[in-house]
Design a protein. Structure first.
Length: 114
């Protein structure tokens, strides 16, 4: 049972990245999924979530209009498309299974810098 994030890296301000979170060991299509991030010296924050069917999404104001969460239940994967990245988006990004036993991925570093 695990979640594995990928797709992080270094990007210039205004750039884009797409993160992936591959799930295994549980019935992915039964659970909502969320993305969190944790910047240095700050608490981990929830900023995007998607229902199990993908029909409903929610975003924090800090990323609304720039980030898009989506999922492919056939591939057991949740995605995060990040556009118009800002230096303040620099953080370790985590996906989380919502409901049932808590499950986090290991995180992937996103650094926005020129």
């Amino acid at each position: 049972v695990q979640l594995v994030e990928s797709g992080g890296g270094l990007v210039q301000p205004g750039g884009s990245l797409r993160l992936s979170c591959a799930a295994s060991g549980f019935t992915f299509s039964s659970y909502s999924m969320s993305w969190y991030r944790q910047a240095p010296g700050k608490e981990r924050e929830l900023f995007a979530a998607i229902t199990n069917t993908g029909r409903s999404t929610n975003y924090a104001d800090s990323v609304k209009g720039r980030f898009t969460i989506s999922r492919d239940n056939a591939k057991n994967t949740v995605y995060l498309q990040m556009n118009s990245l800002k230096p303040e988006d620099t953080a370790v990004y985590y996906c989380k299974k919502t409901g049932g036993i808590t499950l986090w991925g290991q995180g992937t570093q996103v650094t926005v810098s020129s």
